[in-house]
Write a protein that binds this ligand. Structure first.
Ligand code: AYL
Length: 527
């Protein structure tokens, strides 16, 4: 068994709200907590805390309490922080929804999570309304932050002046959030994360990420995803940094905001690193304030990291983890030039790991020099989820009786405790850092009348980034083109889930029990 080389950190038994905001002093209260990158509007910690209290009060006045679930379908705007922490402060659980989702996907998540309330913004109202209608959520339970006829707005709720309710629950067991993840297989499932999980992961990041009140942190990665939720929204606020929000990625606007707000830490996924390394427009902006680019959510190539570091004159590091681990498991601290940036660095504190031979279940040996053989990464720690909502079967497959989470990622480790992700055992695909579940796309493909069978894997595009690729067996004598297949899928899924490559094949390789042999397809794809 491997342990983090770092000393354990104390994880206080408090709510995430108390962990972040109970120790604000007179100086930090008046510091800027959030800047709207688009408009420049600022919110201080004092204002944020007041708004969170009022939002929680307004929810409590509507009867929302411990045990209730509230859907959040909202891009990165400053009010996200008020909504998120307001819901949790009222004792309810927030289920954060991908803002790219189709109405059906939104409705599925609301249904599965048992959410009877939804918070959104007017640009997403059409999809939210369609989903709310499917689930029978009435207009007065659909909060539209910037206002829409017949719906409560943020201004309405805060204006009611209700104080935050007194709620009691055990932070070690009470569910704070239910983000959705497909895990190692199948469709998205609700990941049950407690207040303790969220508190722990912020506490675990603190010794490794040197962010403080002098920093401005760019928040372009979505708060609805665990990366943005923990590392941006919660961690940056705990450090008393200023978050600069951006509702969606657009390269020139991203560069303008970095330059104008002089952001010091920029958290990205690898495709943004590709743009920073290659796009000519990058040279037109003053990015000199940037100290660190932090990449996570998909593999970061070492040469790419070096190219970005040289071009921007900053450090480039990466972190590894998953929704099921709140998310941070490993990360490279800044200021450690000896650590290979294509590795994922050491385990965060209070975390144990094993590298297990997937065939035999035996722990692989760690040699004195060089890396161990590759095996499945298992992790254990206070950031590991309770399980999947309503899915004891899927939980049991991933989380064993001793508390080990089987990540489905293939890793190696060196004697000095540096991990490296070298492959993926599970079927999950990452497109621009977003999860894409092959099972969802395979079901859509099989709806096409000219498709006899189909399988989906992750393939590489010209920049070495992962994209969903479909292997399709056409019906006998059918005239089916790759274009037809891609157009059909694109009309039925969220933009990040589109099939971007198609290959026709005679038969999908399957095991005796009928499981798709993705490994064979991946081998065929890599030639
Ligand atoms: P989910 N290298 C390789 N694969 C990665 C990496 C990485 N650095 N990070 C994530 N993955 C893959 O739930 C891996 O397959 O959470 C993993 O099981 O969307 C899967 O993505 C999980 O995807 C941080 C900051 C982690 C961000 C994250 C990303 C969490 C993504 C730790 O400190």
């Amino acid at each position: 068994m491997l342990r983090s080389p770092l000393a354990d950190v104390h994880i206080p038994a408090v709510t995430i709200y108390d962990y972040l905001f109970s120790e604000l002093d007179e100086t930090t209260l008046d510091a800027v907590a959030i800047v709207d990158g688009t408009t420049g509007a600022e919110t201080t910690y004092r204002q944020l805390v007041a708004q969170i209290g009022l939002f929680a009060g307004a929810l409590a006045a509507r009867g929302i309490a411990v045990g209730d679930r509230v859907g959040v379908l909202c891009p990165n705007v400053p009010a996200f922080a008020t909504v998120f922490h307001g819901i949790l402060r009222a004792g309810a659980t927030a289920t954060t929804i991908n803002s790219l989702y189709t109405p059906d996907e939104i409705a599925n998540q609301l249904d599965d999570a048992g959410a009877e309330w939804l918070v959104t913004v007017s640009p997403l109202l059409a999809g939210a309304k369609a989903a709310a209608a499917q689930r029978g959520i009435a207009d007065d339970h659909l909060i539209v932050l910037d206002g829409a006829d017949g719906h409560p707005s943020l201004r309405d709720l805060l204006g009611e002046g209700h104080p935050a309710p007194d709620v009691t629950f055990d932070p070690a067991t009470h569910l704070a959030v239910l983000p959705y993840s497909s895990g190692t297989t199948g469709r998205p499932k609700g990941v049950m994360l407690t207040h303790r999980n969220l508190v722990a992961n912020v506490a675990q990041c603190r010794p490794l990420l040197d962010v403080d009140h002098t920093d401005r942190v760019l928040a372009v990665l979505p708060f609805f995803h665990i990366y943005g939720m923990t590392v941006l929204l919660n961690f940056a606020l705990r450090q008393r940094a200023g978050l600069v929000t951006m509702p969606r990625f657009d390269l020139p606007e991203f560069l303008r905001i970095i330059a104008e707000h002089r952001t010091t830490w920029v958290f990205v996924a690898p495709p943004i690193a590709v743009a920073l390394a290659k796009h000519p427009v990058v040279d037109q902006y003053d990015l000199s304030a940037v100290k660190v680019i932090f990449s996570g959510a998909a593999p970061l190539d070492g040469a790419l990291a070096a190219a970005v570091a040289t071009r921007l004159g900053c450090e480039v590091v990466q972190g590894y983890g998953m929704t099921e681990t709140s998310p941070a498991v490993n990360l490279i601290p800044a200021g450690r030039p000896e650590i290979d940036k294509s590795s994922i660095g050491p385990l965060v504190p209070n975390t144990e790991a094993r590298i297990v031979d997937p065939e035999t279940g035996a722990d692989l040996a760690v040699p004195a020099e060089g890396d161990s053989a590759a095996g499945e990464l298992w992790v254990r720690g206070p950031q590991v989820m309770v399980g999947y909502l309503n899915r004891p079967d899927a939980t049991a497959e991933m989380l064993d009786a001793d508390g080990w989470l089987h990540t489905g990622d293939i890793a190696t480790v060196s004697a000095d405790g540096m991990f490296r992700i070298v492959d993926r055992l599970k079927e999950l695909i990452k497109y621009k850092g977003y999860q894409v579940a092959p099972a969802v796309l395979e079901a859509v493909l099989l709806e096409h009348p000219l498709v006899a069978d189909a399988a989906v894997i992750g393939a590489n595009d010209d920049d070495g980034q992962e994209v969903p690729k479909a292997f399709v067996v056409p019906q006998k004598d059918a005239a089916l083109t790759a274009e037809d297949v891609m157009t059909f899928v694109a009309a039925r899924v969220a933009p990040h889930e589109k099939v971007r490559q198609v290959e026709f094949i005679d038969a999908i390789p399957k095991s005796a029990s009928g499981k798709i042999l993705r490994k064979d397809l991946r081998m065929r794809d890599r030639g």
